[in-house]
Design a protein around this ligand. Structure first.
Ligand SMILES: Nc1nc2c(ncn2[C@@H]2O[C@H](COP(=O)(O)OP(=O)(O)O)[C@@H](O)[C@H]2O)c(=O)[nH]1
Ligand SMILES: [Mg+2]
Length: 247
């Protein structure tokens, strides 16, 4: 038994609060994970160790795409759908742009307003400035904590940031790349790396004036995809004729 002082008495007690679904206890634990202090992170590691038996039960989904492509909007719909089907959803944002501007946190509060007030949802905005270096490791630990707290659907929102995107793709069960209509026009500028790691490529905002552009982009991505072997040999990334979701 650990005798280290924590905001919740013993570490064991803290861990039991988290696994009983205490949101404040979960939030404090994630704050510990994100802390710049070594002693905090060591404590977090011990806490996670205690909770490990309660983890590994969730479906983890990563969503990437440029700012404004509609990630948060899609996550809001996804999450509410999952909750309606009896799941508990945690949303973790890995968005370095929000560290600079603070903008996406504010935006997401409005975008996911209803969701953030639901008991079955837990939304955690990006780690604060200074924690960028190990964002992927922190995300992995935060996911474990959310799983231990009973969240069985974990969604990680990230923006295209090269290495960290690859790392997020590695730690989720399904990695979705959201694209804008028209982006497929310029296959030269397309991120080859992204096509290799994405399980699903979705052209978002396929509505209004740009609907035809979205369909064209989907066809172009489909053609490009046939040139790549994905990271998972058991999965063929669907082409545009397989899935079409409109609104
Ligand atoms: N026309 C259209 N607009 C959308 C769609 N999805 C999201 N948006 C809008 O695009 C803007 C950015 O969305 P947001 O979800 O914050 O994007 P994020 O930065 O990728 O998280 C918001 O004004 C949304 O209302 C869509 O399918 N069609
Ligand atoms: Mg967003």
């Amino acid at each position: 038994m650990s005798l280290k002082p924590t905001p919740y008495g013993t570490l064991e007690h803290w861990a039991s609060l988290i696994s009983s679904g205490d949101r404040a206890a979960l939030a404090r634990a994630i704050t510990l994970v994100e802390s710049r202090k070594k002693s905090h992170r060591a404590l977090a590691a011990e806490l996670i160790q205690l909770l490990l038996p309660k983890t590994g039960q969730s479906l983890r989904v990563g969503i990437t795409g440029v700012p404004g492509v509609g990630k948060s909007t899609l996550i809001d719909v996804f999450a509410r759908h999952a909750i309606a089907n009896g799941h508990k959803v945690a949303v973790l944002a890995v968005d370095p742009s929000s560290v600079k501007t603070g903008g996406s946190i504010l935006g997401d509060k409005t975008r996911m307003g209803k969701l953030s007030r639901m008991n079955e949802a837990y939304i955690r905005p990006s780690p604060s400035a200074g924690t960028l270096g190990g964002i992927a490791a922190k995300t992995r630990e935060s996911m474990l904590l959310c799983e231990a707290a009973g969240f069985d659907r974990i969604i990680v929102e990230t923006v295209g940031t090269g290495q960290s995107e690859v790392k997020v793709a590695d730690m989720v069960d399904c990695f979705i790349a959201l694209m804008l209509p028209g982006a497929g026009d310029d296959l030269q500028g397309m991120k080859k790396g992204l096509l290799e790691i994405a399980d699903i490529i979705a052209i978002n905002k396929a509505d209004g004036d740009v609907k035809h552009l979205a369909m064209k982009a989907a066809d172009q991505y489909k053609a490009a995809l046939s040139l790549f072997q994905g990271h998972d040999t058991t999965w063929q990334t669907p082409g545009s004729d397989t899935i079409r979701i409109g609104r």
